[in-house]
Design a protein around this ligand. Structure first.
Ligand code: AVJ
Length: 322
C-alpha cells in the first residue's frame, strides 16, 4: 500500500493570513459577512458530517442516490484515469466513483483537494487501505486559489459535488468555472453537483433543522474566530437564521445578534459593534434550474453531456466535457 502523499498549498501561515484578511473585510463591511469556508475546522467538518445525516437535509443522500444509479455510466463515458475532487471533505460519496472507475479498470490516481487537513487525512488513510494500488495524493488547498496546483495528466475528471458551487455568487461562479475549464484539456470532464430550486418549505428546514445541528454549525464560525484570532464572540448571543431569497434563488445563513454586543478581536486590532437584531451573513447556498447550469457551463467553455436528477427533482448531477 502506498502512503497517501500530502501536498500543502495552504500552510498554517497562509491560512492565518487569509482568515485575517477575510475577517477584516467582512466584519468592517455593511452589512457584515464572513465567507463560508471558515466553518470547516475539525469541529465544523464534523458538524457538517452530522448535517448530511439529518432527516431535513436532503442534498447529500439525494446526490448519493443519483451517483449510485449513474456511477457506471460516468465511468464508461469518461474513462477517467485520474479523479480530482474539489472540496472533498470526508470523501464518502467519492467511493461510488472510485468503485465504478476501478471496476471499469481505468483509474490510477485519486487527488482530493480540501481546505480541511483533518478531513483529508482521515479520508485518505481509509481510501488508501480500501483501494490498494491507487495513488492517493492529498492537496490541502483553497479551490478558488489553488486549482493550478492540480496535477497534469490525461483523461482526468474533476468532481465538484454536494452543491458546494452554490456557495459562490454568480460572478464568482463564472470565474471559478472558467478556471476549472482552464485546468482541463479538451475532452476531459467535470462532474458537478447542484442543488435545485424547490419550495422554501423543503429548502428552509434543510438549513434550519429541528435538532439545531445547523445552528451550531453556523455559530461554529464564531468559535473559529475566537480560537484563531483571540476574539471574544459570545456564541449564545447569536441566533441562527436561515432565509430563502427568492430573487437570487439562494438560501442565506445569518447570525443575528440577540442583544447589542461589542466584540474585540485583538489579533486584528479590531473592535466590532453589533446592534440588537443586527445580522451577519455567513453563507449563501444557491439553488439552480437546468437552464442556468447549462448556461454557466457553456459560458465557461464546457459542453453538458449528461444531466441526471432524482425522481423528485431535488438535486442534479451534471457531466460536462471540456
Ligand atoms: C457543503 C456548501 C454544500 O450549502 O448545503 C449545510 C453547507 N450549510 N448546511 C450547503 C451547509 C448549511 C452545504 N455545502
Amino acid at each position: 500500500m502506498n502512503a497517501p502523499a500530502l501536498e500543502v498549498h495552504l500552510d498554517a501561515d497562509d491560512l492565518a493570513r487569509t482568515l485575517r484578511a477575510d475577517v477584516l473585510t467582512g466584519l468592517t463591511a455593511t452589512p457584515k459577512w464572513l465567507p463560508p469556508k471558515w466553518f470547516y475546522d475539525a469541529r465544523g467538518s464534523e458538524l457538517f458530517e452530522q448535517i448530511t445525516e439529518l432527516p431535513e437535509y436532503y442534498p447529500t443522500r439525494t446526490e448519493r442516490k443519483i451517483l449510485q444509479a449513474r456511477a457506471a455510466d460516468i465511468a464508461r463515458h469518461t474513462g477517467a484515469r485520474t479523479l480530482l475532487e474539489l472540496g472533498s471533505g470526508y470523501s464518502t460519496k467519492t467511493r461510488l466513483l472510485l468503485d465504478a472507475l476501478t471496476t471499469a479498470g481505468t483509474l490510477t490516481a485519486f487527488v482530493p483537494m480540501d481546505v480541511s487537513p483533518s478531513a483529508l487525512e482521515a479520508a485518505a488513510a481509509r481510501i488508501a487501505t480500501d483501494y490498494p494500488g491507487l495513488r492517493v495524493h492529498n492537496i490541502v488547498g483553497d479551490m478558488t486559489r489553488h486549482l493550478k496546483h492540480l496535477p497534469s495528466g490525461t483523461d482526468r475528471m474533476i468532481a465538484f459535488l454536494g452543491g458546494t458551487i452554490g456557495n459562490l455568487v454568480p460572478a464568482e461562479r463564472a470565474a471559478f468555472l472558467a478556471d476549472v475549464r482552464a485546468v482541463l484539456d479538451v475532452g476531459e470532464h467535470l462532474l458537478l453537483g447542484t442543488d435545485l430550486v424547490k419550495s422554501p418549505r423543503v429548502v428552509v428546514p434543510a438549513y434550519d433543522d429541528a435538532q439545531g445541528v445547523t445552528a451550531n454549525f453556523n455559530r461554529n464560525v464564531l468559535r473559529v474566530l475566537n480560537q484563531s484570532l483571540n476574539a471574544d464572540f459570545d456564541l449564545d448571543g447569536f441566533a441562527h437564521v436561515a432565509l430563502w431569497n427568492p430573487d437570487q434563488n439562494w438560501i442565506e445563513m445569518r447570525l443575528r445578534a440577540r442583544w447589542p454586543m461589542r466584540v474585540t478581536i485583538p489579533d486584528l486590532n479590531l473592535t466590532v459593534d453589533f446592534a440588537a437584531g443586527e445580522e451577519l451573513r455567513t453563507e449563501v447556498s444557491a439553488k439552480f434550474h437546468r437552464a442556468g447550469v447549462e448556461y454557466e457551463l457553456t459560458e465557461a467553455g464546457f459542453t453538458l453531456d449528461h444531466w441526471w436528477t432524482d425522481p423528485d427533482n431535488l438535486f442534479a448531477v451534471s457531466l460536462a466535457r471540456a
